[in-house]
Structure formats: structure tokens, C-alpha cells
Design a binder for this molecule. Structure first.
Ligand code: NAD
Length: 318
């Protein structure tokens, strides 16, 4: 019998993920609060339910792809106005939350699921909207390994790679560790280009050096914050995301929260990167790709009273 999937949250990521499951022959019933997401989902063969609760009615697996932890917990538990999904689903249903949420919220979701007699995995993703559409996401999974084994074919349909990271919370922890590196390295790469610009080194020459030396990293060679060297990077397209600065700020805040939770506050650059992305997002950059942080640094460089490198001309030594 076909696995029946309830998919809640059919936005930028959830929409194409649910579409890939439906295209692979799974029976997918979806729900979202936004009418536009529902219209889009219908065109991909997803059956639309009246509510999240009715979507899980006959489901074997419930997948959520929601903005933040409070959305996941509210749906799992229910509110004064609505029954919770955990009590509405048949006992033993597998809940897979693919949203990026706080480690603490993820642990709370696992506990709620266990006490309701349900099974639960967290499986946050990397790969963005392009990966969700192409079915090439990477899943970072936390929960029981038996549940991971059951989820395998579904994750393989939506992605190209799945990593079992450990028990509850380990998948979210892996996701924010990775994104903390990404946020910090983008700041470092941007800072280097701004310094190069101040000192008169051309961006192409600097890229050529760093891409082939120890400064090499994904932020430089795949998502380069200056236009030119990497034609597909958002810097060539007015910083259209890509991965929006607001989402990077959110992930870095989650990383800072997790560091505080683990007693690791102020051990490195994670907190500083979170502050920089929050300020950039709040200052109007929220919808731009996260590589646009370079413009915040350029604005600071413009305030500098550095007059530029002196021009040195060759002299005749004879
Ligand atoms: P999105 O805002 O496009 O989609 C979220 C959807 O959830 C929206 O359509 C919204 O209407 C719906 N929703 C909210 N509350 C709901 C409820 N109670 N019931 C039903 N639907 C509800 O966001 P997205 O870009 O798809 O991101 C989803 C998650 O994936 C986030 O946690 C994000 O951090 C993570 N993520 C996003 C990307 C990316 O590139 N966009 C990459 C990796 C991870």
C-alpha cells in the first residue's frame, strides 16, 4: 500500500518537496495557511485538506516545513482553537519536522510526540529552494535510528543525501553548526574583498589568489560576494537570494542560543556574526542574499578617512 503523507507548510521549500513526493507516486495531502501555496500545490497533484488536523487524519507520515519552532510546537500541541496534530493522528504515526528550529524546541517536539504515542524525527535541510525543487537536498537527521530507516525512502525522494546525526536534537545541532561556519566565512570573505578594494587590489586578482590558496571556501568560490568571478552568485544579480539575510540572521541566532544552552557563549565568532546579520537585516537587507553583508562593510569603508595607497612610479636607477 502507498505511504500516505500529510505535508504541512507548502511554502518556498515545502511546496517543491511535497511536489517531488507526489511526482514519485506517494499519496500526499497538504495544508498551508496561504491560499497561493495551496493553489500551487494543487497543480502538482497534492490533495488539499481543509485544515492541518484533517490532513493528518489518515496519514502514515506527517511532514512539517514551517518558519520557526513556535509554529511546529503549536501545531503539534494544538491551541485553544484547534486540536493538536499529535493527538489527531493515529498512534504510531511518524512525524518528520524538516523546519530549521532551535535545538530546545526540537527536543520539546520529540518529548511531546513520545508522550502522545507518536514517533518523531527532525530532519532539517540544506540546499535551498533550488535543491528542494531538484530533489537534491541534504537532510541532517536526529531521532531513533529505526525511525530514520523507515523515513529513508521519503528522504531519498526529496534529497540526494541524508546523514543520521544521532538522537533527538542532533540534526538541528548539525544544521546550525554548518550554517554558523557559512555565516562567519561569508563575513570573512567580504571583509577581505573590502580590504582589498581599499588597498587597490582588483577583485578578480584577489579572487584568483584566495580561490587557489588557504582562503578557499564555499562562501568565496560558490557564493562570491563580488560580481564577476562566479557568474551564478547573487552578487551578479542585485543580491537576489539565494539564501536571504533574514534566514541567515535567524540561523545564527539559533546557533547563538544553542551555544548559550551548551555553556559556550563568547567562545568565538558565532555571536558576533549573529549581531552583524541581525543589524544588516533590520537595516533593510533582510530580503537580500546573505552575501550582501559586503555592502554594510563597504558603507563603513566609505566612512574611513583613508586617502588610498600612494601612487608609486618606477624611477630610473642608473
Ligand atoms: P516559507 O515562509 O516560504 O514557508 C513556510 C510556510 O509555512 C508558509 O507557506 C506558511 O504559510 C506556512 N505556515 C506557517 N504556519 C502554518 C500553520 N500553522 N499551518 C500551515 N501552514 C503554516 O519558508 P521556507 O523558505 O519554505 O522555509 C521553511 C523552513 O525551511 C524554515 O524553517 C527555513 O529556515 C528552512 N530552510 C529554508 C531554506 C531556504 O532557502 N528558503 C533553506 C534551508 C532551510
Amino acid at each position: 500500500m502507498t505511504t500516505r503523507i500529510a505535508f504541512i507548510g507548502l511554502g518556498h521549500m515545502g511546496g517543491p518537496m511535497a511536489a517531488n513526493l507526489a511526482n514519485a507516486g506517494y499519496e500526499v495531502t497538504g495544508f498551508d495557511l496561504a491560499a497561493s501555496s495551496l493553489d500551487q500545490a494543487r497543480t502538482h497533484g497534492i490533495k488539499i485538506a481543509e485544515s492541518a488536523v484533517s490532513a493528518v487524519d489518515a496519514a502514515d507520515v506527517v511532514i512539517t516545513m514551517l518558519p520557526a519552532g513556535r509554529h511546529v510546537l503549536e501545531l503539534y500541541k494544538g491551541t485553544d482553537d484547534s486540536r493538536g496534530l499529535l493527538s489527531a493522528a493515529s498512534p504510531g504515526t511518524l512525524f518528520i519536522d524538516c523546519s530549521t528550529i532551535a535545538v530546545g524546541d526540537s527536543l520539546a517536539a520529540h518529548e511531546l510526540a513520545a508522550s502522545a504515542g507518536q514517533r518523531c524525527l527532525e530532519a532539517p535541510v540544506s540546499g535551498g529552494v533550488a535543491g528542494a525543487t531538484a530533489g537534491t537536498l541534504t537532510f541532517m537527521v536526529g531521532g531513533l535510528d529505526a525511525d530514520f530507516a523507515q523515513a529513508g525512502p521519503l528522504l531519498d525522494t526529496m534529497g540526494k543525501r541524508k546523514v543520521y546525526c544521532g538522537g533527538p536534537g542532533a540534526g538541528q545541532a548539525a544544521k546550525i553548526c554548518n550554517n554558523m561556519i557559512l555565516g562567519i566565512t561569508m563575513i570573512a570573505v567580504s571583509e577581505a574583498f573590502v580590504l582589498g578594494e581599499q588597498l587597490g587590489v582588483g577583485n578578480d586578482a584577489l579572487f584568483d589568489v584566495m580561490a587557489n590558496a588557504s582562503g578557499q571556501c564555499w562562501a568565496l568560490t560558490s557564493n562570491c560576494p563580488v560580481p564577476g568571478p562566479v557568474p551564478a552568485s547573487p552578487a551578479n544579480h542585485d543580491f537576489r537570494p539565494g539564501f536571504a539575510s533574514a534566514l541567515m540572521a535567524k540561523d545564527l541566532d539559533l546557533a547563538a542560543d544553542a551555544q548559550a544552552y551548551a555553556g559556550l557563549q563568547d567562545v568565538g565568532l558565532g555571536g558576533r556574526a549573529a549581531d552583524m546579520y541581525r543589524a544588516f537585516s533590520d537595516g533593510g537587507g533582510a530580503e537580500q542574499d546573505f552575501s550582501a553583508i559586503i555592502n554594510a562593510m563597504r558603507a563603513k569603508a566609505d566612512e574611513s578617512d583613508f586617502a588610498g595607497q600612494p601612487t608609486v612610479t618606477a624611477t630610473d636607477a642608473s
